[in-house]
Design a protein around this ligand. Structure first.
Ligand SMILES: [Zn+2]
Length: 555
């Protein structure tokens, strides 16, 4: 072959070869599907030299990984999947500033249809078409790969893998000082590299679910029992409201300037205590919920080891337990206790108030619908010992905040009516979000009103806590789910509210004024398991009084 021919062949690669397809796709994804990453790097003003080196590194790393998969019957399928995933990720990262890590994979798997529906938009479709469908259309029209001996192809693929890695290392060394400081100061950048973030995260979750222990969850609190009740004391009724995506700083009870808690604010300060310094266990529902109901606490809780939870322990102690859900599910927490989902409410029935449920989705107040009837289905013997009622809210779940507040409860106007938050002025996004907080405020006030109707029978009280917070455009971030170590305070700082009527047995067993002292005490989801146990007089080996927020107040 003449030199000229060789040169021409270099510029006109044989695109039927899997390895060529892999590297062309790497170039496309590395440069085009990473536009949010380039935008972010540009905003850091690191110079064109660094940007060029970084783009080269991303492409080389992607090409190296794809080289290993460059086999005739495999590569096209892999690339179709990755191009679509990359196009979707480019949209979500560019739009909401989310990052993609293993936790996000778990969130996605556990998200239900209506939550997904909230995220769909024309811009997402456009991204899928341009960044995904276009190169896929080209790829699928490539002719069948030329025959090649297995050994030769393997050698070629390994060589390409090695060269990709080498290029990456050389480029990294060429800008090492800037690279290391940028990665240290902007940790979220590593999760923005598409589609390697998806490949990495899906692999981690896959390996975890394959290697994870199977079988029934480990028993906790096998020795659970109830303390004897004082003579004449009524059985306890604890209403545990699990909030969704509510952040502490938007509660007027915590000093927020707008009146987002008009109903709760009317309650006497001797009954209602809003704790202002509470942190969450995770930044997403799937991470927070199991941890909140576990005794271990955030730093030692291991989500990969299935175990029983607070509800199992309370049930074993002899109490009646009921989980009411207005969300995608209870993440396995309510598997072994009575539960009821608002999606199962008979819509259209005369008993269901008009507008409470629409199109398979209910406002949180549906949790209170015919509550007496639902409690009446529980074991009467257990009810005589006490009741723990859990309400799992839809709360402030985004990005379609406007769907979470009923038409008669939108005090903050105008609100963003789109799920594409960055298309709305920021104050409209905040208005929509604050309307959801006002909706939660009314839900809690009405829940307390219901509890007051139960006082003849039970010693009532309420504990509300949200699962995690939310970013509303601070530093360009929206939604939640950032890796905990780099998550902003908006996502980890959650509201926690205690309501206890001062005439109740529990309130009178506490030192006067002690609850008010809790308002500025640092607390977290770690306290939930132990506080709930202590609240209803349940004990077990796993109960830690030092983590029970009320223990220090008992006489
Ligand atoms: Zn959540």
């Amino acid at each position: 072959m003449s030199l000229l021919k060789r040169l021409l062949a270099w510029f006109q690669p044989d695109t039927s070869r899997p390895l060529t397809q892999a590297w062309l796709a790497a170039l496309w994804m590395g440069l085009a599907a990473n536009w949010p990453l380039w935008k972010q790097l540009q905003s850091l003003s690191l110079g064109p030299g660094f940007m060029l080196a970084f783009a080269g590194m991303v492409t080389a790393a992607t090409g190296a990984v794809l080289s290993l998969l460059a086999w005739p019957r495999l590569i096209k399928g892999v690339l179709v999947f990755l191009l679509l995933a990359g196009a979707a990720l480019a949209y979500f990262i560019g739009t909401y500033g989310i990052v993609f890590d293993p936790t996000m994979v778990v969130n996605m798997v556990q998200t239900d249809v209506r939550e997904t529906r909230d995220l769909l938009s024309w811009r997402l479709l456009a991204s899928l078409l341009v960044l995904g469908a276009l190169p896929i259309w080209w790829l699928l029209r490539r002719p069948r790969a030329p025959r090649q001996a297995f050994g030769k192809r393997l050698g070629g693929n390994l060589l390409a893998f090695g060269l990709g890695l080498l290029a990456m290392v050389v480029l990294a060394l060429s800008v090492f000082a800037t690279l290391s400081s940028t990665m240290r100061n902007h940790k979220s950048i590593r999760y923005m590299v598409t589609p390697l973030n998806a490949v990495y995260s899906v692999s981690i979750v896959g390996v975890r679910s394959l290697s994870g222990p199977k079988g029934p969850p480990a028993v906790i609190g096998a020795d659970a029992h109830l303390l004897p009740r004082a003579d004449g004391a009524k059985p306890p009724l604890l209403l545990l409201v699990v909030g969704e995506t509510a952040r502490a700083m938007n509660f007027s009870l915590n000093g927020y300037a707008r009146p987002t808690n008009p109903e709760l604010s009317k309650l006497p300060a001797t009954q209602l205590f809003s704790m202002r310094d509470v942190t969450s266990c995770g930044t997403a529902t799937a991470a927070s919920l199991p941890c909140m109901f576990a005794p271990q606490g955030r730093t030692t809780f291991d989500a990969d080891k299935p175990q029983e939870n607070l509800l199992d322990v309370l049930q074993r102690a002899g109490l009646a337990v009921l989980w009411l859900d207005n969300q995608s599910g209870c993440k396995g927490l309510c598997d072994r206790v009575p539960n009821s989902f608002t999606t199962q409410l008979p819509t259209g029935a005369a008993t269901l108030p008009a507008g409470l449920c629409n199109g398979g989705e209910c406002f949180d107040e549906a949790l209170l619908h015919e509550l007496d009837k639902r409690v009446a289905t529980l074991d009467p013997e257990r009810l005589q010992r006490g009741l723990v009622l859990v309400m799992h809210q839809m709360g402030s779940h985004g990005p379609a905040y406007f769907k979470r507040s009923p038409p008669d409860l939108k005090p903050f106007q105008p609100e963003c009516r789109s799920n594409e938050l960055q298309q709305c002025p920021r104050d409209q996004v905040v208005n929509g979000y604050d309307n959801t907080i006002a909706t939660t405020d009314r839900l809690l006030a009405r829940s307390i009103a219901w509890l007051q109707t139960q006082q003849a029978r039970f010693d009532v009280g309420m504990l509300y806590v949200s699962d995690h917070g939310e970013s509303l455009g601070e530093n360009g971030l929206y939604l939640h789910g950032m890796p905990y170590a780099i998550a902003p305070e908006e996502q980890t700082h959650v509201p926690m509210i205690v309501w206890l009527p001062e005439s109740g047995a529990l309130a009178t067993s506490l030192q006067p004024g002690c609850l008010a002292g809790l308002r500025d005490k640092a607390a977290s989801h770690d306290n939930l398991f132990h506080t709930a146990m202590g609240w209803v007089g349940a004990r077990a080996e796993v109960y830690k009084p030092e983590w029970d927020l009320l223990a220090g107040c008992r006489r």
